[in-house]
Design a protein around this ligand. Structure first.
Ligand code: BDR
Ligand code: CA
Length: 312
């Protein structure tokens, strides 16, 4: 099987954790490395959490790099959505594994530019600071990548940090602006999609029933995540949608449209203007996934988590 090669840019984060575990458990994917960025918690926390997750997934061979510790222009903002540690509920020890030397952005540029064209897909699960910094330093990166699949943005259903803005874009809208204008092949997982993919008690029980260390940690994380359920029916499992889309493109669908981001200070900062019906006249720059098959998504996630052995 030819594996799809991916790099995951991430700020773990409970839903990032599930996305990383899903990727590590999937034989169709070769995870070349994890690049970490300030987001859900400060950079030191997201980097340590990425290391913890590699250890949990028994993949200490995967290089993990620390990247940008603050957004391009705005002050850093974090969230308590994932607890103080960013991985509350997982009960994982401090990592024994070390970060690789060097800046995540330097590694990302070198790794992609050193590979054959269009052979590496970037999965962006966090504020886009690392991604935009890399694109600004090396604009050829945009076309060298096979594509960038981004969790970020909100369309019709409203935001999750302001009435209209989604967290990843709101934390660093200036970075998002660079990425949306880069010319890279972009796919967006906005809140419109992830709000259809809800963690609930029945789904957590299926994961816990797997019985492995990985499943126990995953169920613990999802229980914490769901204790702060954003919707009556459960919590949207945002970031794993990016990985699931690569594993099975029939799970989600949506149109190719123009998306622009509001960067002016004020109540609309970080809002993604998604031009669903082409009225703006702006050229299309992204596929926006907005229709999901949640039951098949959870079947896939749970089957893959069950495939990670504890090695005992
Ligand atoms: C996004 O924000 C973060 O809190 C999550 O990890 C996800 O990437 C959802 O708005
Ligand atoms: Ca994230």
């Amino acid at each position: 099987m030819t594996k799809r090669r991916i790099i995951i840019d991430t700020d773990p984060g409970l839903d990032d954790a599930l996305a990383i575990l899903l990727a590590l458990a999937s034989p169709e994917l070769e995870v070349l490395g994890l690049t970490t960025v300030a987001g859900n918690v400060p950079l030191a926390g997201t980097a340590a959490n990425a290391l913890r997750l590699c250890e949990l997934g028994r993949r200490t061979d995967i290089p993990v790099f620390a990247g940008c510790d603050r957004p391009l222009r705005r002050k850093p903002t974090t969230t308590l959505r994932h607890g103080e540690t960013g991985l509350d509920g997982a009960n994982l020890p401090p990592p024994a594994m070390a970060l690789r030397e060097g800046h995540a952005v330097t590694w990302l540029i070198d790794r992609v530019m050193g590979a054959a064209p269009a052979t590496i897909t970037l999965c962006a699960l966090a504020p886009l600071t690392n991604v935009a910094t890399a694109l600004a330093e090396e604009p050829r990166l945009a076309k060298r990548l096979a594509g960038i699949v981004i969790m970020g943005g909100a369309g019709d259903g409203g935001g999750n940090v302001t009435p209209e803005a989604e967290f990843n874009i709101h934390v660093d809208p200036h970075a998002a602006e660079i990425v949306f204008a880069s010319g890279a092949d972009l796919t967006l997982v906005p809140l419109d999609l992830s709000r259809q993919v809800l963690v609930n008690e029945a789904r957590i029980a299926r994961i816990r029933a797997i019985g492995s260390n990985v499943a126990r940690a995953a169920a613990g994380m999802l229980e914490y995540y769901n204790s702060k359920a954003e919707l009556a029916a459960g919590s949207p499992l945002h970031d794993p949608c990016v990985i699931a889309h690569l594993l099975d493109p029939t799970l989600f669908s949506g149109p190719v449209v123009n998306v622009a981001v509001e960067v002016a200070d004020g109540p609309r900062l970080g809002v993604t203007a998604i031009d669903w019906d082409g009225r703006s006249g702006r050229p299309a720059n992204a596929r926006i996934l907005n229709a999901a098959d949640p039951d098949r998504f959870f079947d896939l996630l749970i089957a893959r988590l069950a495939s990670i052995s504890d090695g005992i």
